[in-house]
Design a protein around this ligand. Sequence first.
Ligand code: T46
Length: 138
Amino acid sequence: MGVHDCKLVELPVIHAPEGNLTFVEGQRHVPFEIARIYYLYDVPGGATRGGHAHRSLRQLLIAISGSFEVLLDDGQEKKAVTLNRSFTGLLLTPMIWRELVNFSSGSVCMVLASDVYDESDYFREYDGFLAAAAGTDA
Ligand code: T46
């Protein structure tokens, strides 16, 4: 699993004159059952979110409103993805260091996650993540 497995997912859009509707179904539009939803909002200009990796958590990030950039790093390769559509998600596989930057004013990042919150699933130190990604950790 690497940054190239972190793919964009196009979600269905039901168009109507009164406005559009998008929906997400676990195991259909995302390759996992959705155990948790959380969202980032009121992010001040210049702030960075993330700055960690997950051992096993899988997630789908969606810019429900506005835009932001996701910087991905699997320990060997890096990739930057801009999210700015409420019908496009970014799938994050395990063992990906991520940083979210350049939030536009009023933007909202909604995250669908494969598991409930578990701090022990996080790598919050980059060196520890790199060692685990390289298989050189204890
Ligand atoms: C990720 C990016 C995109 C909870 O209590 N429950 C939760 O579900 C989450 C996500 C966080 N928290 C607590 C843990 C911290 O005390 O909220 C605080 C802030 O969490 P964190 O610093 O991890 O927030 P972000 O925005 O840097 O990262 C979050 C997710 O943790 C992470 O999985 O990929 O959003």
